[in-house]
Design a protein around this ligand. Structure first.
Ligand SMILES: *Cc1c(COP(=O)(O)O)cnc(C)c1O
Length: 388
């Protein structure tokens, strides 16, 4: 990239790989390159590395190692959870009802929609409040014996809101309905104890916590009915065929271990900067609103809407000034529409189009945040004028 001073504030989209993670991965590219399924010593070394990675992830999630299934990303983990549990529920007990929140990541919502359109499942959306939060009481009312799977996002990627996963999980557990949560954002910032959370399935992805892109895991509680969605060899207890990506699995485990070890310091660091961003934006920018929950939100996540602003031009103006942020709205040239999530919160088009997401990382400095905050009001005003 160029010499100009670039400031990255899009850690919910992806994070840089931690140098300690890269170092842990390197030997597994060209020194220990065996196939973990091979019998010889090369295979044994690779297998030992992935089983060690599995133990580290299991320790972090508070589960047994055999309850951790390695996948190629957070998206694949969500796909396996939804499709695998839905198929098994239909086969084993004729269940064909899928219950999800309307603020899921597309990895969950598009999978559920495909199960409905191609496989005949009945898809029902849970209502959310103005912060995008699901209530456990409502889940209790919508559950029925034919519910195959329930899925509610742990921490929302777009608006940062945290859901009461433990309470929703308790409701599902009482009715013996499998409960999945997409914790791809959650696991990057919060302690994730699958026992306390009462979940049967939980998805994580390494590149949201300073691991490499293209690797993830799915926690599957022992005894949860599930079929594989990728078939082939017998890797991963027959639930996910394909030769393991050994270096990436080693990297994910090291990144996850560091996320637990440095949890408290990362949390405090992020929260202080997040609250400075939220406070300053709401105070200094007219016609601005916070999206998502004011306190029950990701510690590194600030998201807003600005009335009468086109979010895409705002991002472009920010990019010109060297700030990398994100917007919630799907970028459709010609006919922009607010994102599904923002529409679900009840925001009008005039507000919903002007969205901005600012997410902080462990190495974001107060000076970077100050430099961003000193320019943002002018940039928003510029974006407003440009819309005319
Ligand atoms: C990033 C993300 C995903 C997708 O994970 P990938 O590893 O990029 O496939 C799914 N859900 C949430 C909430 C995310 O933030």
């Amino acid at each position: 990239m160029s010499e100009r001073n670039l400031i990255y504030l899009d850690y919910a989209a992806s994070t840089p790989v931690d140098a300690r993670v890269t170092k842990a991965m390197l030997p597994y590219f060209d020194q220990f390159y065996g196939n973990p399924s091979s019998t010889h010593i090369f295979g044994q070394v690779a297998e030992a590395a992935i089983e060690n990675a599995r133990e580290i992830i299991a320790r972090g999630l508070h589960c047994q190692p055999h309850e951790v299934i390695f996948t190629s990303c957070g998206t694949e983990s969500d796909n396996l959870a939804l499709r695998g549990a839905a198929w098994a529920a239909r086969q084993q007990r004729g269940a064909d009802h899928i219950l999800i929140s309307p603020v899921e990541h597309h990895a969950v919502s598009s999978t559920a929609q495909q199960l409905a359109s191609l496989f005949g499942f009945e898809l029902e959306y849970l209502p959310v409040d103005e912060f995008g939060m699901v209530s456990p009481e409502v889940v209790a009312m919508r559950l029925c014996p034919s519910t195959a799977i329930v899925s509610v996002i742990h921490a929302n990627n777009e608006i940062g809101t945290l859901n009461p996963i433990a309470e929703i999980g308790a409701v599902c557990r009482e009715k013996s309905i499998p409960f999945h949560t997409d914790s791809v954002q959650g696991a990057a910032h919060l302690p994730v104890d699958v026992q306390e959370l009462n979940v049967d399935l939980l998805a994580i992805g390494a590149h949201k916590f300073y691991g490499p892109k293209g690797v993830g895991a799915l926690y599957i509680r022992e005894g949860t009915p599930i079929f594989p969605s990728q078939t082939g060899g017998s890797q991963e207890m027959g639930l996910r065929a394909g030769t393991h990506n050994v270096p990436y699995l080693v990297g994910m485990a090291e990144a996850f271990r560091l996320a637990q070890e440095e949890h408290d310091i990362r949390l405090t660091h992020a929260q202080v900067l997040r609250d400075r961003i939220i406070g300053t934006v709401l105070e200094e920018i007219p016609d601005s609103k916070l999206t998502g929950h004011p306190s029950q939100r990701l510690p590194n996540h600030a998201s807003f809407v600005f009335e009468g602003v086109d979010g895409n031009s705002l991002l472009m103006f920010l990019d010109i000034e060297g700030f990398a942020c994100s917007s919630g709205s799907a970028c459709k040239t010609g006919n922009p529409e607010p994102s599904d999530v923002l529409t679900e919160l009840g925001l009008s088009r005039e507000w919903g189009l002007g969205s901005l997401r600012v997410t902080i990382g462990k190495d974001t400095t107060p000076a970077e945040v100050d430099s961003f905050l000193s320019l943002l009001p002018d940039i928003v005003a510029r974006a407003r004028r440009s819309r005319g």
